[in-house]
Ligand binder design. Structure first.
Ligand code: NAP
Length: 489
């Protein structure tokens, strides 16, 4: 249930309708703005600057200036600021989660989960700041010492999507700051407030001006400036593979370090020997959380012949119980999709599946709640030539493909250019090891549908990207190695 009004969230200073550059809250140079709407009601919740090249350049310059001092702070100082930031989020979890639901639409319980996860990432990297160790390598020269130190890469550009507007940024901002980098953030135009929140948090915990900057507006112009600027030494991007490849290309001339967290098309394999109750429960959460708008959501269910009909029946029964509602309603389990374009894509995938022989067991159309709501859907008799087999649907559709033996299931799961997450359900220990190794993805869930936590290296292979976020590896993305050769000892 909603506990705060929009005015209260704004009044408390959490929802900012300005950009944060060099420690100042500013408007666009030409005064341009755009409106941000609640996806559930399509009612305006705020108005944001629509900036472009000149403001982005100023933000980059501010980050460069701030880098001189910030990179020379001690790890303990940086850790302290990040610990305070994590605590601030936890102390204000309820109101911040409401702001997230307002702009993104997800059920409040999920928004609280995302805020908690974001705070966890911030805390994790606060801790990692103190473990950026060097190395001493045994020297082949008698009179020399070989040292390796880790240094911050410099100014970072971060571009993020709307589906997890707070937590996606936390695993970029926190390791960047922990490493001693400064950052320019560009959140999605659909969910700018959770991005601007990093300006608010930085200000509140006393992070110096220019260390964190947030700009909102024209994606292509801001992206071009961030990628082409020689000052920016690293781009960290989460979003679609199409835009990721564009930014990768644009970054070539200035030879930047890159992290690309891109699209997925996750398979879940249900083997004949699976615990079906466990599989149905995890499949439901893994597929339908955030209305299916999660990069690691299952897009394709491969179900073995022997349990296909039973799994389809039980999943349909479970999915029919999902409560579709405004994210603020008590017990809401599936909220709206982000916008009408998202609904159109889901409709296209359902129509395509139907014309190619797919049967809709439940759902399959817009929900009566409004233009951005879609019924949780189960489709059986899915085929490899359907759109849903190749493209990320990013919506609440579970498509069930049939397979006969283990190798056929593995081959089908791998038959995609994506490689972010894969899941499978079985009780056979030998099969667990065989299939875990055979699946072409950066992450594998075995008898589990939810696998994200700050302790693990999150990321993909193939067209799902490069680099890892979270875990001890996540901070390496913001560090350069420097080798020092000390002679004449
Ligand atoms: P998107 O269209 O690629 O947008 C992502 C971000 O890129 C947004 O901030 C967007 O700005 C910006 N952008 C768009 N065009 C740009 C350009 N020409 N230059 C620079 N920036 C540009 O993706 P989305 O629809 O927001 O997010 C969904 C996608 O993200 C899915 O494919 C999902 O799988 C992926 N994702 C991946 C992960 C992961 O960890 N691998 C996690 C979450 C999501 P505007 O929104 O302002 O246009």
């Amino acid at each position: 249930m909603k506990a705060f009004t929009l005015e209260e969230i704004k009044g408390a200073g959490w929802l900012k309708e300005a950009n944060y550059i060099a420690g100042e809250w500013v408007a666009a140079d030409d005064g341009r703005t755009y409106d941000v709407a609640d996806p559930a009601t399509e009612i305006r919740i705020g108005t944001i600057p629509w900036v472009g090249v000149s403001e982005t350049r100023r933000a980059i310059d501010a980050a460069q200036t701030a880098f001189n001092d910030w990179s020379m702070t001690t790890a303990v100082e940086r850790a302290d600021k990040l610990h305070r930031m994590a605590q601030l989020v936890r102390d204000n979890l309820d109101i911040l989660a409401e702001m997230l639901t307002l702009e993104q639409g997800k059920p409040l319980a999920e928004a609280k989960g995302e805020m908690k996860l974001g705070a966890d990432y911030i805390q994790w990297f606060a801790e990692e700041a103190r473990r950026i160790n060097g190395e001493i390598i045994p020297s082949p020269w008698k009179d020399r010492q070989i040292l390796v130190i880790r240094e911050p890469v410099g100014v970072v550009g971060a571009i993020t999507p709307w589906n997890f507007p707070f937590s996606m940024l936390s695993r970029k901002v926190a390791p960047a700051l922990a490493a001693g980098c400064t950052i320019v953030i560009k959140p999605s135009e659909f969910t700018p407030f959770c991005g601007l929140l990093y300006g608010v948090l930085a200000e509140k915990v006393g992070i110096p001006a220019g260390v964190v900057n947030v700009v909102t507006g024209e994606a292509a112009a801001i992206g071009a400036e961030l990628t082409q600027s020689p000052i920016v030494r690293k781009i960290t991007f989460t979003g679609s593979t199409r835009v990721g490849k564009l930014l990768y290309g644009q970054s070539a001339d200035t030879m930047k370090k890159l992290s690309m967290e891109l699209g997925g098309n996750a398979p879940t394999i249900i083997f004949d020997d699976a615990d079906l109750d466990l599989a149905v429960e995890n499949a439901t959460v893994g597929k339908f959380r955030n209305s299916g708008q999660t990069c690691i959501c299952t897009n394709r269910f491969y179900v073995q012949d022997g349990v296909y009909d039973e799994f389809a029946r039980r999943l349909t029964e479970r999915v029919q119980k999902l409560k579709v509602a405004n994210g603020f309603d008590e017990g809401a389990e599936q909220g709206p999709l982000i916008n009408s374009a998202a609904i159109a894509k889901v409709e296209l995938h359902v129509a395509d599946a139907k014309t190619k022989g797919g049967r809709v067991l439940t759902g399959g159309k817009r929900h009566e709640l409004g233009a951005t709501f879609f019924e949780p859907t189960v489709i059986v008799d899915a085929k490899p030539d359907m759109l849903i087999a190749h493209e990320e649907t990013f919506g609440p559709i579970a498509a069930l493909f049939r397979f006969k033996d283990e190798q056929e299931g593995i081959d089908a799961a791998n038959s995609t250019e994506f490689g972010l997450a894969s899941y499978f359900f079985t009780r056979d220990v030998a099969r667990i090891f065989r299939v875990s190794r055979a699946l072409q993805s950066g992450m594998v869930g075995v008898n589990a549908g939810v696998i994200t936590t700050s302790e693990v290296p999150f990321g993909g292979v193939k067209d799902s990207g490069i680099g890892r976020e979270g875990s001890a590896h996540g901070i390496e993305e913001y560090l350069n190695l420097k080798y020092i050769n000390l002679a004449g000892l």
